[in-house]
Design a binder for this molecule. Sequence first.
Ligand code: ADP
Ligand code: MG
Length: 245
Amino acid sequence: MSLVEIRGLSKCFGSNIVLNNVDLSINKGDVVAIIGPSGTGKSTLLRSINLLEKPEQGTITINNKEISFTTKSSKEKLELRKNTEMVFQQFNLFKNRTALENVMEGLMTVKKLKKKEAKEIALKHLEKVGMSDRLSHYPRHLSGGQQQRVAIARALAMEPELLLMDEPTSALDPELVSEVLVTIKKAAQEGNTILLVTHEMNFVKNVATRIIFLENGKIVADGTPKEIFESPKSDRLKDFLVKIH
Ligand code: ADP
Ligand code: MG
């Protein structure tokens, strides 16, 4: 059994079919990159896994536990979300909390750890992303790259089964992209299971174990970086790869 099993997932916004019967299995330790043109449902797929969208059809199972799209109970949502953590394009840190407090927050409120224990774990993860010298900084006093590294530390500190990342470097100035990619690469090498949307093709080539090409709400190609880049089977994938280079 895979860690994540998505079966027949469909989602519309009005008459716009954004996800069209998507099947996807992800194994533990996979680093899956989703690529594809803008507006093809990449974010919607990630957001569905994290219960931020409500698909009309299909099932998502994580670690044999089916996610209920219809649950209204915030307690149940919180429980289901313990399996996944999401890193967003716009960092989404708590503005009125320091870097350290940002990482401690979920450990205390969701995992119910004592302050001392939460702090220990937070410090360890902030060190890993190279942020030990910015613990007391508020987000507004951090660069975009630093904020995103704190966001990654915050996500990893929760030890999610699956880490979702939606274009984590797209909002960054070009010179700040690599510091964040280095952090993601490290997380991948440490065995985290990651589902990542990105346009950083070199990164995808070097770090992803698997690439999925999503177009018009359908998975058009699914393979290793070698298969996708060296012998793309679909014409649409070929076109996309030419355009993005
Ligand atoms: P991608 O991440 O691949 O760029 P999205 O998943 O964000 O694409 O969006 C897919 C489609 O769904 C787009 O046409 C977008 O306009 C539409 N969409 C996304 N969110 C909403 C929403 N909340 N309401 C209406 N349409 C939406
Ligand atoms: Mg998107």
